[in-house]
Design a protein around this ligand. Structure first.
Ligand code: SF4
Length: 424
């Protein structure tokens, strides 16, 4: 290779493909699609009839940054609770739009609980279980008519686990008659896409506006999911909700969702995302919001919290000083954000680096807004600090962490405080 050669073709372009243009949908006070910022959403796992528990979890998800929150509406008690949940949230200043998740009897619950129908900003229905046989079209139509009456958005969410069996059987039969039939999985993917699109067209025929329809087609396999959503985007301009269904627990769920959604987002597909993570027993439900935000932020689509770049550490960081400082800074920034967000507009785009030794420390720290390069094993016990790419100070001694935090706080005040002053 000629080391002096100019970058090869393609090196000049870095970034996602242009967004797949969709019709914008207003969900309460949040715009989904039409080029609006990609929206983070989540879902509760409380019994909706337990008003206090549901209010507490919706509030936690919203405070973490969930911009839409879905709740299960599975029976009369849950439907009756919805307006009370809305009221209590409003009382504590949480205006996050609520989405009702309906299966089997959504038409009945929405008709019999008009206050629930009114309190929700969007109804999520699954064309695979909205009703069966002769009831299917009727019950689907009833939900759509209620959405029209209450002027609400609808997500038509096909799911691999509850695929419209009549449609699947018809496509399978048709495929079997072809000279070169496709494999069964390809037909399932086609059925997923058709199920969502045919239902959307039917909803429009009934009178629902295109600007009230969001589509999703969730499967649990990463490769299938990518293919299904590409097909959906190629064939329509409905707003798209992305999510890998049954993503799983812990790192598996986060990695699988990030891989699938990351590729689609890079291709410009997706207007709102949800990470369907299974929490550990008693675990923190807000993890799904953090993971979704981190995906959008690491890919450069949105900024939610300042990012702390830390090296993984290695044999050069044999003391725990480095790990402790990295965690300390991260926790301190997270804890300061509530205050910083109101006082320092734009602070969520801040980049901080905490590096473990001289090998990559100074270089990485120079790329950050503010960064510190700690001494590795055997290095002189000093820690240079870089601000906007320039070395400004060398810290030493036991108070390195406190001094670095003070420098970060100063940086935030200097850089983002000015914007706040200018805006006043
Ligand atoms: S920067 Fe230093 S401590 Fe960190 S991973 Fe690289 S070599 Fe190891």
């Amino acid at each position: 290779m000629n080391e002096r050669a100019l970058p090869c073709l393609g090196a000049e372009h870095s970034g996602p493909q242009p967004r797949h243009l969709t019709v914008p949908v207003r969900v309460g006070n949040v715009l989904v699609g039409g080029g609006a910022p990609i929206v983070v959403q989540s879902m509760t796992n409380t019994d909706t009839a337990d008003i206090a528990a549901t209010v507490a979890q919706v509030a936690a998800l919203a405070r973490q940054g969930s911009e839409l929150v879905r709740i299960t509406v599975d029976r009369d008690e849950a439907a009756a609770a919805v307006p009370k949940i809305r009221e209590r949230l409003d009382r504590v200043g949480i205006d996050v739009p609520l989405i009702g998740d309906f299966h089997y009897i959504g038409h009945k619950l929405l008709a019999e609980h008009p206050a629930c129908a009114e309190a929700l900003a969007k109804y999520r229905i699954n064309p695979g279980n909205v009703g069966f046989k002769d009831k299917k079209d009727r019950q689907f139509g009833q939900i759509v008519e209620l959405a029209i009456k209450h002027r609400k958005a609808v997500r038509i969410g096909a799911n691999w686990g509850s695929l419209d069996q009549e449609l699947l059987t018809a496509l399978m039969d048709e495929n079997a008659l072809q000279p070169r039939p496709l494999d069964a999985r390809a037909i399932m993917r086609e059925a997923m896409v058709q199920s969502a699109l045919l239902s959307a067209v039917r909803a429009e025929e009934i009178g629902l506006g295109k600007d009230q329809i969001i589509l999703s087609a969730k499967v649990s396999g990463v490769q299938d999911l990518i293919t299904v959503y590409r097909m959906l985007a190629q064939r329509s301009d409905y707003a798209i909700h992305l999510g890998l269904t049954e993503a799983g627990m812990g790192s598996k769920g986060i990695v699988a969702s990030s891989a699938a959604l990351g590729i689609l987002l890079q291709e410009g597909i997706g207007d709102t995302i949800r990470f369907s993570l299974t929490p550990e027993p008693g675990g923190d439900r807000t993890l799904e919001v953090k993971a979704a935000q981190e995906l959008l932020q690491t890919m450069g689509f949105r900024a939610f919290v300042p990012q702390v770049a830390a090296c993984p550490g290695c044999g050069r960081t044999t003391s725990t000083v480095f790990q402790e400082l990295a965690r300390d800074i991260q926790d301190w920034i997270a804890g300061s954000m509530q205050d910083w967000k109101t006082r320092y507009p734009g602070v969520e785009a801040l980049n901080v680096a905490v590096m473990g030794c001289i090998v990559n420390g100074p270089g990485e720290s120079k790329h950050a807004d503010i960064g510190i390069s700690l001494p590795g094993t055997g290095e002189e016990p000093t820690a240079p600090v870089f601000v906007d790419g320039k070395k400004v100070k060398t810290l030493r001694g036991p108070a390195i962490a406190a001094e670095f935090k003070a420098m970060v706080a100063d940086y935030v005040t200097q850089r983002y405080g000015r914007r706040a002053d200018a805006a006043e």
